[in-house]
Write a protein that binds this ligand. Structure first.
Ligand SMILES: Nc1ncnc2c1ncn2[C@@H]1O[C@H](COP(=O)(O)OP(=O)(O)OP(=O)(O)O)[C@@H](O)[C@H]1O
Ligand SMILES: [Mg+2]
Length: 256
């Protein structure tokens, strides 16, 4: 399925209907099936808004977003989302949080119980099934949120700064974990991040967004950097010239 367009946005603009606040202007992008795409840009530029549009949580004011037809075996809801904060339900255990999407889809059979356990193991939380969110570290809570977003086997995983609240070392480790999970599953990933290093480390392609919607200059995609670094990628790759070159290109695009 590689190199097939999976999610396509064509000339998408978005104006928040309440205040007539024009956030996004003429955004076009194509995400190929199985790719890992990262989106970078200054705070308030409209990254979360674009992610919500791609996930169908908002409707474009103009333009079109379309997703390729999925095989008949695929999930009822083809998208999984991890929001800027983990959004776990504090009164539910790890297992109960992860199985929530399946409950909402009224799947509570043996097969779905097996799948919940499989996801908990995939994100490295075996042994913590009965713990409550308050008993987990920030990194563990984010793993639960990722397991919950993946449990119904979505074709597209949308991540909005999933590691934003974590310390640098945990964040680095979570990035590696995410790569392992992505390799293990047939899933396309679109991830918003503030970290240039993280974007280069993880993605096949980095999109940079610019503009200042707050002063009447709606955001647009201003730069696109393909990351041709070999996979699998270990942390040591950050010391290489080609890694630095990608990071530099992104940094100068952001400063425009
Ligand atoms: N519901 C809303 N109604 C009106 N304006 C909004 C709404 N939500 C967000 N905005 C505005 O839209 C702009 C883009 O917001 P968005 O959350 O997409 O930015 P962002 O790039 O994700 O920022 P950050 O990096 O801080 O998360 C901001 O200026 C914000 O004030
Ligand atoms: Mg945001």
């Amino acid at each position: 399925m590689e190199n097939q367009p999976f999610l396509v946005a064509e000339q998408v603009s978005y104006i928040f209907p309440d205040g007539q606040f024009h956030v996004l202007e003429d955004i076009s992008l194509t995400i190929n099936a199985g790719d890992f795409v990262a989106l970078l840009g200054p705070s308030g530029v409209g990254k979360s808004t674009l992610l919500r549009l791609l996930g169908g949580l908002l409707k474009p004011t103009s333009g079109r977003i379309s997703m390729a037809d999925l095989p008949e075996s695929s999930a009822t809801d083809p998208i999984g989302v991890v929001f800027q904060r983990d959004n776990l339900m504090p009164w539910r255990t790890v297992t109960e949080n992860v199985q929530l999407p399946l409950e909402l889809q009224r799947q509570a059979d043996q097969e779905s119980r097996y799948r919940v356990q499989e996801m908990i193991e995939l994100v490295g939380l075996a042994g913590f099934e009965g713990s409550y969110p308050a008993q987990l570290s920030g990194g563990m809570a984010q793993r639960v949120a990722i397991a919950r977003a993946l449990v119904h086997r979505p074709a597209l995983l949308l991540l909005d700064e999933p590691f934003g609240s974590l310390d640098a070392l945990t964040r680095e480790r979570m990035g590696q974990e995410l790569l392992r999970i992505w390799h293990a599953l047939p899933v396309t990933v679109f991830m918003v991040t503030h970290s240039i290093t993280e974007a280069v480390m993880l993605a096949d392609e980095v999109l940079v967004m610019g503009g200042r919607p707050a002063v009447g200059d709606p955001a647009a995609l201003i730069h696109r950097v393909p990351i041709g670094l070999p996979r699998p990628r270990q942390l040591e790759i950050q010391g290489t010239r080609s890694f630095q070159k990608c990071a530099k290109e992104i940094r100068s695009a952001i400063q425009v």
